[in-house]
Each structure stands twice: as structure tokens, then as C-alpha cells.
Design a protein around this ligand. Structure first.
Ligand code: ADP
Ligand code: MG
Length: 387
């Protein structure tokens, strides 16, 4: 298929969240028009696209209109019904493919894919019924019970220490299909973003070191401060293997656990740009969103180059409630007085606890300098400075 040249085509996005918004910004910078399909009348991506189609992801008329008006279509979240992508693929170029997204939608299937690709993941058991529940290997306890589908930001997860707790937790999760994972001693959490074109060309960003708080990403640092080059090379090789095995097209993020004993296991993957890659908007010469645009349009994928030490702080709605009374915006003017700070807000008007409102990128000549500014910014915002 010939490339969709910049300035000549319309790109569609399923989903209207912040990832869609940043995709739209990158696509528009290259001269593409964008159409976002999202059932919600108010959406971060719908607000910046040339057109917002308010339709359900399974509405045949909405999908047909999207296919008619767009030259190629992507998704900004992995829980879009795979059949929507399949329907669109019958009419238009779609990336990533429905089959790849379907693998990412189900933790059990995803883990089977990792194993088939020869990449180790956490010891686990699939629990779909009473028999599988009773057969769980006690060596998996203490563990984390996770719903197979629809989990994100630590939602749909329960830590369990005993068989009794496991049974109760599964009951509390409405006995939906789950995966029980052994609780692993983590030295650090890492992620690797790769981008692969339809022609098989595959590029990647440097390894990202991630700190989560309450199951939600809080801080990403690149280069990964605590991780030896040899471990980083293993993570990149594993990420490439996972993407190749899926014949993946687009940006893919693979999350890893680096364990106390030095082993590296894959945790999960996301078939799209990822929160841990937001630093690329300011710290690399090509952002993860531009790579997603390029992969979708069939343009060349240059190996991205990190030009600045980078650190990202996630900005949750909690920051708006640091003082008594109604929601108040944080003192951005004071934060932006710090050198190398880049604020990205997603245009969400109502701040809520735990809601991703934006992120702050910090770039500098050296990792130490980026870190020092990030600690100052965090202190100004009332965020923990324990990173
Ligand atoms: P989500 O889809 O919500 O991101 P994850 O499976 O990535 O779900 O889990 C969220 C976080 O919980 C991880 O980033 C990690 O901090 C912690 N976690 C998940 N699984 C394990 C595990 N097996 N051992 C230790 N910590 C874990
Ligand atoms: Mg995760």
C-alpha cells in the first residue's frame, strides 16, 4: 500500500481520551485531518479533532461513516471492542490489527502469547471456574488476582495471601475469568516502546524506568537510572520479540518487572502509545505519537533519538484538591518557572481523584539535573519527592 502523504489524508481514531488527543495533535502537525469516534459528547480528543463522531464503538452506522471519511484508522485504547476494528479493517487500513488488540485485551491470552514468543512472564494460573480455583498451586500465594479483561491503573486487582482470601476475592470480582499471579519481589518496573511498520521495520526508544503509586503510573525516568546496560539490552530484545511475534503494526508498549534476583519478566503490554512514553514529546526527536501517525500512514519510521535526559510526572486530579474548598488549579506559573519543564494538560474540565489530568515533562542535559528539577516541581505541587 502506498503511504498516505502528509497533507493529503484523514486519519481516524477510536476513542477520545488523552492518548487520542495527543495523537491528533501529532497528526495535525503533519497536516493530516483527524476524526475521532467516541460516544461521549465531551472528550479530550474529540475537542481537538476536525470532527467528533458521537457514536458507540459497535454502532454500524458510526463505523461506516468513520470508514467512509478516513483513509486509515487506529485506536487509542485497548478495550475498544475487537469486532469494531475487524469491521473497519474490511473497509480501510487499520493499525494495530484487531487480532493484536484482542491479545492485549485478555491477560490470560496475553500471557500465553508471551510464553509462545519465548519471553518469560510471572508464574500464574488462569481461574475461570471452581475447578481451576481449587487447583491453584499454593506456590502462587501470596499473589495478585487480576480480572482477565478490562483492568487498568490497578483496577480489577486484589492482593491475596491465602486460599481463603483468594476465594473471597474471586467472589468479590463477580467470579469473572481471572488470572492469579505470584506476587513478585520487584527491584524496578521498566517499559519499552517499540514501533513497527507494515513493512516490518522496527524501532524502539530507550528503556523507561517507572514508579507506580496505588497501581497508577506516577513517575517515568529515562535513561533508567538503576538499570545496568545488560538488563536494558535484554528488555529491548524481549520487546522486539513480542512485537515481531504479533506481526504488530504501530506503537506497542511492553511493561517489565526487574526482579530482586536479577530476572526480567514481562508484565503486560498496551497496543498503543503509553503513559510511560509521554517523555518522548519533549525528550526525543520524534514523539511516540508521531511514530504512531507514521506507522498508520505507512511513512518511514526513523530510529528515535533521545536528545535530553527526561523525567515525567503524572498529574492526577488529586492535585486540584490539595487545599480545602472546591477544586483549585495547581500553581502552574511557579512550576513553569523551573528550567526544562513542559506542561501537558488534557483539557479535562472536571478534576477528580485518580483521574489523569495531564503530565509534566522535565528535560535537562544530565539525568541528575532533570531529577533535581523534578523534585522541586513535585514539592511545589505537593507530590511525594521519594523518587
Ligand atoms: P494495570 O493493567 O492496572 O496496569 P498491572 O498488571 O500492570 O495492571 O499491575 C499494576 C501494578 O501492580 C504494576 O505496575 C505493579 O506495580 C503491581 N503488580 C502487578 N502485578 C504484580 C506482581 N505479580 N508482583 C508484584 N507487583 C505487581
Ligand atoms: Mg500496567
Amino acid at each position: 500500500m502506498p503511504a498516505l502523504l502528509p497533507g493529503t489524508a484523514t486519519l481516524g481514531v477510536l476513542g477520545g481520551g488523552q492518548l487520542g488527543r495527543m495523537f491528533v495533535h501529532a497528526a495535525q502537525a503533519l497536516g493530516y485531518r483527524c476524526i475521532v469516534l467516541d460516544p461521549d459528547a465531551i472528550s479530550p480528543a474529540g475537542a481537538v479533532a476536525e470532527k467528533h463522531l458521537k457514536a458507540d464503538y459497535l454502532d454500524p452506522l458510526g463505523l461506516a461513516q468513520l470508514a467512509r471519511d478516513c483513509d486509515a484508522i487506529t485506536t487509542e485504547f485497548e478495550n475498544v471492542p475487537a469486532v469494531a476494528l475487524e469491521t473497519l479493517a474490511g473497509m480501510r487500513t487499520v493499525a494495530p490489527a484487531a487480532a493484536a488488540v484482542a491479545v492485549c485485551q485478555d491477560r490470560a491470552v496475553e500471557k500465553a502469547h508471551f510464553q509462545a514468543a519465548g519471553v518469560p512472564c510471572a508464574p500464574h494460573a488462569v481461574i475461570r471456574d471452581e475447578i481451576e480455583l481449587a487447583a491453584v498451586d499454593p506456590a502462587l500465594l501470596p499473589g495478585i488476582l487480576k480480572t482477565s479483561r478490562m483492568g487498568y491503573d490497578g483496577k480489577g486487582q486484589v492482593r491475596v495471601g491465602s486460599r481463603e482470601e483468594l476465594a473471597t476475592a474471586w467472589q468479590d470480582l463477580q467470579r469473572v475469568p481471572c488470572v492469579l499471579e505470584q506476587l513478585l519481589p520487584l527491584r524496578a518496573e521498566l517499559s519499552v516502546l517499540v514501533a513497527r511498520g507494515a513493512d516490518g521495520q522496527l524501532v524502539h526508544y530507550p528503556v523507561q524506568q517507572n514508579l507506580h503509586r496505588g497501581g497508577i503510573l506516577a513517575v517515568t525516568e529515562v535513561p533508567a537510572p538503576d538499570v545496568p546496560a545488560e538488563v536494558q539490552a535484554r528488555a529491548v530484545a524481549a520487546a522486539r520479540q513480542v512485537a515481531e511475534a504479533l506481526a504488530y503494526v504501530g506503537v506497542l508498549c511492553i511493561e517489565f518487572f526487574w526482579l530482586e534476583d536479577g530476572r526480567l519478566v514481562v508484565n503486560e503490554m498496551a497496543p498503543r502509545p503509553h503513559n510511560s512514553g509521554h517523555w518522548t514529546m519533549n525528550g526525543a526527536d520524534v514523539s511516540q505519537f508521531e511514530l504512531q501517525v507514521r506507522a498508520l500512514a505507512g511513512l518511514p519510521l526513523p530510529q528515535p533519538r533521545q536528545h535530553s535526559a527526561s523525567l515525567m510526572l503524572n498529574l492526577l486530579g488529586d492535585l486540584w484538591f490539595s487545599t480545602a474548598g472546591g477544586p483549585t488549579p495547581p500553581a502552574w506559573d511557579r512550576v513553569l518557572a523551573l528550567p526544562g519543564t513542559h506542561l501537558h494538560l488534557y483539557g479535562k474540565s472536571d478534576a477528580r481523584h485518580g483521574r489523569k489530568m495531564g503530565h509534566l515533562n522535565i528535560t535537562a542535559d544530565t539525568p541528575d539535573a532533570a531529577h533535581a528539577v523534578a523534585v522541586q516541581a513535585a514539592a511545589l505541587l505537593g507530590l511525594p519527592t521519594d523518587f
